[in-house]
Design a protein around this ligand. Structure first.
Ligand SMILES: Nc1ncnc2c1ncn2[C@@H]1O[C@H](COP(=O)(O)OP(=O)(O)OP(=O)(O)O)[C@@H](O)[C@H]1O
Length: 307
């Protein structure tokens, strides 16, 4: 069995004077939630459009569920649900009529999936209200319901939280988590805000100027962004004993050349330094370190953080 739902090899898209995608090798494992992060214009939509068959690449290949020929790709794309460039809604129709229209257009048998899917996204009680009168969050949930018709195994969402208020972001996140957890659906979700993906994604791909700079797991991202007290002392062995005995924690690491990383008591740096000094240790360096998510991202793409 192929473990990857999506694999692109050297995927390239050239518009007149520039590369929207430049030899992208992306891998998305079955069962994962892949956060695709990049600034506006980085190339996210271009990749998503190619994967879903809305655009053709200039070079490279797309492999979906282990299949890569044009004929097989057409068939495997039926296993994908997507929201691209906003949800595909009929503004003058109710939620039920929207789903029913999409069900008929796509030839999905059985009416009962309409009520079931609306219940799943929490829109079962919207009655006669038409989609144009829905809040943005409701529109996005209706878009998700449309994408879920046909029980896809792979869900592709292009900036689904763009413009949503914080509650809308939380609602969408919880729905996606549930789909992943309960139905094992693999998800590719793009955003230009890393913190919006952070409580959701299990894997990340960072794209910048059409190049996939890095793919990493949540654990790798957390390790890179973890906050700690950087301490350089003359005797790290003794400092470790003091930290364990007097501060009651083992959440520290001794790294090279007498440098320690203490992951606890970040809010009490004075207490830590006073304690070490009172035990006769010579403190050569002492400072809080680590990065927050957005500064990790801006640094990674070579930018300067503003604000
Ligand atoms: N049809 C097109 N013709 C010419 N250039 C295009 C076309 N579509 C996209 N581009 C360019 O390709 C680059 C990548 O665009 P893309 O829409 O994929 O970025 P994105 O990461 O999805 O950003 P956004 O969040 O703004 O949609 C941009 O420089 C864009 O201007």
């Amino acid at each position: 069995m192929n473990e990857h739902v999506l694999q692109t090899n050297g995927l390239t898209k050239k518009f007149k004077h520039s590369f929207a995608l430049d030899k992208v090798d992306m891998s998305i494992r079955k069962g994962s939630i892949y956060g695709f992060i990049g600034q506006n214009g980085a190339g996210k939509s271009t990749l998503i459009r190619i994967v879903t068959g809305l655009a053709f690449p200039s070079g490279g290949t797309v492999e979906l569920f282990g299949q890569s020929s044009q004929r097989e790709l057409v068939a495997t794309r039926k296993r994908i649900g997507s929201i691209i460039e906003g949800p595909a809604l009929f503004p003058n129709m109710t939620a039920v009529d929207n789903l029913e229209a999409h069900r008929l257009m796509r030839g999905i048998p059985g009416k009962d999936c309409v009520a079931r899917t609306l219940r799943f996204v929490g829109l079962q009680d919207t009655g006669k209200k038409t989609a144009k009168n829905f809040s943005l969050g409701m529109k996005q949930r209706l878009g998700l319901a449309i994408a879920l018709l046909g029980d896809p195994e792979f869900l592709i969402l292009d900036e689904p939280t763009n413009g949503l208020d914080p509650m809308g972001v939380v609602e969408m996140r919880e729905l996606l988590k549930k789909l992943n957890r309960e139905r094992g659906i693999t998800i590719l979700i793009s955003s230009h805000i890393l913190s919006e993906l952070h409580l959701l994604a299990t894997h990340y791909g960072i794209i910048h100027h059409g190049q996939l700079l890095e793919q990493l797991t949540t654990k790798e991202l957390n390790d890179k962004c973890q906050q700690y007290l950087h301490i350089k002392v003359n005797d790290p062995g003794r400092a470790a004993t003091v930290i364990e005995n007097k501060l009651g924690t083992t959440e520290y690491e001794v790294v090279s050349s007498g440098i320690m990383k203490l992951y606890k008591h970040l809010d009490q740096p004075g207490k830590v330094s006073t304690l070490l000094a009172s035990e006769g240790l010579v403190i050569e360096e002492f400072m809080p370190m680590g990065e927050d998510l957005e500064s990790f991202f801006t640094k990674r793409i070579g930018g300067v953080r503003h604000g």
